[in-house]
Every structure is written in structure tokens, then in C-alpha cells.
Ligand binder design. Sequence first.
Ligand SMILES: Nc1ncnc2c1ncn2[C@@H]1O[C@H](COP(=O)(O)OP(=O)(O)OP(=O)(O)O)[C@@H](O)[C@H]1O
Ligand SMILES: [Mg+2]
Length: 477
Amino acid sequence: MKNVLLVDDDLELSKSVIDLFDPNKYSFHHLNDGQATTGYVSQNRDDLDLVMVDVNLPSCSGLDILRNIKEIKENLPVIVISGFISTENAMEAMREGAYEYITKPFEVKQFIETVNKACGYAQDIGRSNTITGSAEDELASDEIIGQSPEIVEIAKLIGQVAKTDAAILIFGESGTGKELVARAIHRNSRRRENIQLSVNCAALSDTLLESELFGHEKGAFTGAYFKRIGKFEQCHRGTIFLDEIGDMSMLTQGKVLRVLQEKQFERLGGNETIKVDSRVIAATNKSLVQSMKDGSFRVDLFYRLKVVTIYIPPLRERKEDIPLLLDNFIHRYNRLLEKNISSVSKKAKALLQKHIWPGNVRELENNVHTAMVMAKSDVLQPEDFPVFSEDSNKVEIDLEGLQDNYTEMFARLIDPIFPKLIANGEGRVYHVMQSSMEKALISSCLKHFNSNQVKASEMLGISRNTLRDRISKYGIY
Ligand SMILES: Nc1ncnc2c1ncn2[C@@H]1O[C@H](COP(=O)(O)OP(=O)(O)OP(=O)(O)O)[C@@H](O)[C@H]1O
Ligand SMILES: [Mg+2]
């Protein structure tokens, strides 16, 4: 049961908000007076799981209440609700540590999801076992689906290692399910009652990443207006998932290594040494072996992280998982889209089985999703899937008169497929393009030289080792 404090002077709205939630999961306390809030939070600081507060209260501002609550209990999530969209308010709320800033009228589904998340029913990284929602719902999105020997082995390995505290390194191409596996490990561990959070090491600058991981003291750097608790600390007794660890700077790697070895660190700009017990799961789609050779990844960190390694093979190497994944995604999106798709036509199924899926399971899932939106009947046809749609295959490109202006050539090649890239790329377009380009280049070169690696590497101007690494990384035959 989660205890939620709702502070809003609009009684009608408050009632309808409370009615949105399952009374078996949530217990609400309602206050219409902002003044009384601080006292209530102080008295109930250990029992409260979430506070929702309206910005415009008669006696005071919801943002002041937010500040007061953060003084009393910094890690208590607070959702700030505003009657009108104000970027200033939104910025202020988030800066002061609000969990979320929502404007009325809000999208009910999204609102419920946010509240669930804030209450730990579904942490950043996904759902934990403690969720009391229907079991079927939970399984639907967190189950590792597959029947290939590779997936079965992975599932077994997860079962074996989950209960230990060993650091785990997961590697595999983009979209193969690394994060899904990380969630499964946490869900199956004795830490499952505690939090699991993920940090994308590629998405942030050095300082921001370190602040995200270790937290910072007020004034640690420009813009650090308030003390911040980092994710290592938040994940005490839980699990931290370091995604794209291959993109972490050497300096930050050193700090992470220290946490792994000594289980302690200091917040940015702080002197206090903080002890933590958080399990580390890391993932990468880069070859860390190569990065170690390049000198961009610490060897000692690599060995600390890879106590257990889990390799998830690309979907094209375990095609027997495709039918099961299809059934599952259809089932999932039928509910989500309120549709009634029964199956995939024979022809479409054969094509889906044959496709090489460079974006792996994510790409397959996105394709099924789009197909189900587009479908005109209850059986999915090839043309419903973006990968087989007419315009994605019939691309005419005029490369006349470009001589060796490669940039322009590539621009013309990319333009027609750009919408598809965006649709499937999920904010990873750069990465997808870069690796697809590299793979295509190496494949063409090998074909040209009849698979002679010495000649191919000479022509490409890369070492044979690098070439071999790319051949195995991309599974080029
Ligand atoms: N075996 C699987 N069963 C069900 N869903 C899967 C499976 N593998 C991947 N997915 C789904 O595919 C999508 C991508 O998975 P995930 O985010 O775990 O991949 P990833 O390896 O972390 O990718 P990236 O390297 O791009 O971060 C998710 O929606 C996930 O639920
Ligand atoms: Mg991932």
C-alpha cells in the first residue's frame, strides 16, 4: 500500500484524482490547505510515498511547499500540478527537485503511469516484482521472450547469477534486450524490494554524469543550486544499471572503479565519504576489448565489471524467436491500441523471418507496432510493416554529376530513408547510421577482394585486428 498526500483546494478535482487509483494499492490523504502540509509531512515523513501538490493554493504556493518538503525529506517524490502551462513554473519545480511537473487538464493514462513510477511501482528502469498490478500486465512487458537455445541459456544464467552480488557485464548489439536482461536480474535478486535505476553513460557530459552517479553538494559547479543525491546512493541495497558504459570517460571510469572496489565515494564538491552497497550491472554495444586497446577503457574496470558476462546474440542469429516475439507483441499492442489483430499473414511471416533486423528486437517490435496501427484487416500484411512498405523499398536516387562529393552522395541516400530512421531509431539514429555504414563499407570491401582480409584492411587503411574485430562485431560472413 502506498500513502499519497494530495494537496489541492479544488475538491471536485481532488475527488476525481483519487478515484483514478485502485484503493487496494493507494491510500490518499487530502489537504486543501497548503499551510498544514509541512506539519503533516513532518509527522508522517516515514510513511509517505508521494506528495502531489497544486501550484496555486489560496494561502501559499505549491512551489514553497515543495521546497519545505525537500527540507524535511529529500528523497520523497513530489508531483507538482499546475492549472496552466508555465515554463518558468515548470523549470522552477524541476530545479527544486520535483519528481514531475504536470499541467491540468492531464492525460489520465500518463498521469497514472507517472504516479505508479513515483511510488516505485515501476522504477526508472522498469517494473519490479513488488508491483501489484495484474500479473499478466507485468509479464507482458518485462518477460524475456524467446525459445532459441541462446535465450534459454541466458535465462538460466540470469537465474544463477541473480542471487549473487556479482557485477555483471551485458553486451550485445543495439535492441537485443540488454536492459530487459538487467531488469530481470534485479527482479530475481534478493535486492528486488529495493530500487533499481539506470544511467545512460553516453547521454551526459562528464560533470553531469558524475553528478548523476555520485550526486553533488550545493555549489559544486555552476548551476548546482541544491545538493543532489546521486544514483549510487539512491540504489543503496539495490541495483544500478550503467548503460553504454563504453562511452564513459576515463576519469569517471576511475571513480566507478573505486565504488566497485571500496564501496565508497564522495559527492561532487563534498568531503564526506559515503558508503554504499549497490550492485552494478553494466551494458555496452561496443567492443570493450577494442576500447581497451585504444586506451579508452580501463583494463582494471573491465575485469571488475565482467565477473559475469552475458552476451545477447543478434536476432538474426536466433530467428526461431521471431514467431514467439510476434505473437507476444501482437497481444501486447492489441491491448495498448485497443485493437483486435489476430495474426500475421503467411507471406508477411516468411518475410519477417527472412529479414536481418539490424535493429534487433526493438526494430521488430516497432515494426509490429506500426503495422498494427496501419492494418486494414485483422491479419497483418507485408505492406503494413514499415520494413516492407513500398516507399521504403522503392527509393530512386540520382547521384549524377556528384563526382567524389561523398557528403552530398550520402545526403541523397539518407534523405529518403530518413523518416524510417527516425521512426526506428529511438534517438539512436547517429549510432545506427554509423554502425550500419561501417558494416556496409566493410562488407563491400571484403566482397570486392574476395574475402581477402589482408587486401581489404590495406585498402580500408585499418589494421587487420580492427578489421577482424569489425567482422565479428557485425557478424559479416
Ligand atoms: N527477448 C525479448 N523479449 C521481449 N522483448 C524484448 C526482448 N528483447 C528485447 N525486447 C524489447 O526490445 C526493446 C529493446 O530492448 P532493450 O532496451 O532491452 O535493448 P538494449 O539492448 O538495451 O538496446 P540498446 O543497446 O539500444 O540500449 C524493448 O522494448 C524490449 O522490451
Ligand atoms: Mg539499452
